[in-house]
Write a protein that binds this ligand. Structure first.
Ligand code: FAD
Length: 405
């Protein structure tokens, strides 16, 4: 049986054929596969035709945002029994995989709400704050972004964070700057991390995007994730009430707990990008002929296809296992760092091989591989660079921190 993309019915069909060699999707329930089938249908019909054009223009296709939200993917009622239990991690992983398999900016855009901002609220908000905000996070009626990185501090943000927070009776005054903040231009609130001048600890605040003293500038001229909008944010004497401080964030340790969860999502993105690039390359080499034969019939091309498939399969096995561990409540910094580092390394090789087998057309937006190839570079660097994740693993292995601060 094949996938009925009108209804998303996948009774006996597999959603992921060639790119899921060891059938990881068999870990999904029928209901989960049906929801993912709906997402596939939307991405194929509504999103795919727009991607090349919007990537070239460096704009996000805003017309996709509400229909994507309306798919009710974050905590779909049919999976959660009227929201009484959360959707399973394996479903959430495949949701990211499916988005990234189509486009890395779409996956990043969705994950900035469903991963970054939601994690900030889940880990950082008090139970009372969560009761108020979480339903709005899930239905996107409160759109937020994660504002941690600064112009002068990326990898060393734990020690280098210099945005300040000063308490004045029932409110706080924030001053500083943030860089690279994804989705900020369309957010309602910015989750801003700032150092309390009184005790030197990092705290977090929900700042209205339109509050006095907040300035947003789009970062222009990107050569990766061109559809995703990233902002440089300036905070100049911005006032935030104490009720908008995330009450469970009392030091950078609480931020680290957020990063641990978010890195797993990026490992799923890096895996999905590989799947998309591999599938696009496979399509191409089965269609184009040279020397009177299909490209896919050449031994050297087949070797590259096999390496790409090996990378996708290794990455998928890694993120699935990580997700299973997390479902058992095992969260360790080094686990998600390993998954992010390794899937990103493999991603770089996979997208380069995909680009290579598509030849000259592999640098045009026509064949999709160019988009994956370029976008992979941003994913390689965000949410902890290769080096930083390697140092987290090295610290766990040796007991010695090689960070210099
Ligand atoms: P740097 O820290 O300046 O690093 C430069 C190089 O030096 C890297 O190769 C790094 O590995 C290496 N390096 C640094 N320190 C060491 C060391 N001790 N040992 C060895 N090598 C080292 N941030 C947010 O808060 N919110 C967002 O929504 C967000 N979205 C992003 C989206 C995009 C497209 C990008 C590119 C970034 C985004 N970021 C976001 C920021 C991102 O997390 C940082 O770019 C990342 O942490 C790296 O910081 P940096 O760019 O300042 O690089």
């Amino acid at each position: 049986m094949s996938l009925d993309t009108d209804t998303g019915t996948v009774a006996a069909a597999r959603l992921y054929g060639a790119c899921d060699y060891y059938d990881a999707e068999s870990l999904l329930t029928e209901d989960e596969r049906r929801v993912l089938g709906r997402l596939r249908n939307f991405l194929d019909r509504e999103a795919q035709p727009l991607l090349a054009d919007y990537w070239e223009r460096g704009e996000f296709p805003t017309q996709l945002a509400q229909p994507l939200i309306d798919l009710d993917l974050m905590e779909p009622a049919e999976l959660t029994g009227a929201k009484s239990s959360p959707a399973r991690g394996i479903y959430q992983g495949f949701r990211i995989f499916e988005l990234a398999r189509t486009d890395a900016s779409l996956a990043t855009w969705y994950t900035s709400q469903a991963g970054l901002f939601r994690t900030a609220i889940r880990v950082g908000a008090s139970p009372e704050q969560q009761a108020e905000w979480m339903p709005k996070v899930i239905d996107f009626s409160l759109k937020g972004v994660f504002s941690l990185t600064e112009p002068d501090s990326g990898s060393d943000i734990a020690g280098g964070l210099s945005t300040t927070a000063r308490r004045e009776r029932d409110s706080w005054v924030l001053d500083g700057a943030k860089r690279w903040i994804g989705g900020a231009v369309s957010a309602d609130v910015l989750a801003v991390f700032a150092r309390d001048q009184a005790d030197g600890q990092v705290k977090a605040f929900l700042v209205d995007r339109e509050a006095d003293g907040v300035t947003l500038e789009k970062i222009h001229g990107k050569t990766a994730l061109r559809m995703m909008q990233n902002a440089h944010i300036t905070l100049d004497g911005v006032r935030v009430p104490e009720s908008r401080r995330l009450h469970n964030v009392n030091s950078f340790k609480d931020v680290a707990a957020m990063l641990r969860a978010m890195r797993s999502d990026v490992a799923w993105i890096a895996t999905g990008i590989q799947a998309g690039a591999f599938e696009a390359a496979l399509r191409y080499v089965t269609e184009r002929t040279q020397f009177g034969r299909r490209l896919g019939s050449f031994q050297l091309v087949q070797e590259k296809l096999a390496r790409m498939l090996g990378n996708v399969t290794s990455s998928l096995s890694l993120v699935v296992r990580l997700t299973e561990q997390q479902a058992r409540g095992i969260y360790r910094d080094q686990d998600s760092a390993l998954a992010k580092m390794q899937t990103s390394l493999l991603m770089r090789e996979t997208v380069a091989l995909a680009r290579e087998v598509v030849g000259g057309n592999g640098i045009t937006l026509e064949t999709d591989v160019a988009r994956f190839h370029a976008d992979a570079e941003a994913v390689y660097s965000y949410e902890g660079t290769h080096d930083i994740n390697a140092l987290i693993i090295g610290r766990a292995l040796t007991g010695e921190s090689a960070f210099t601060r």
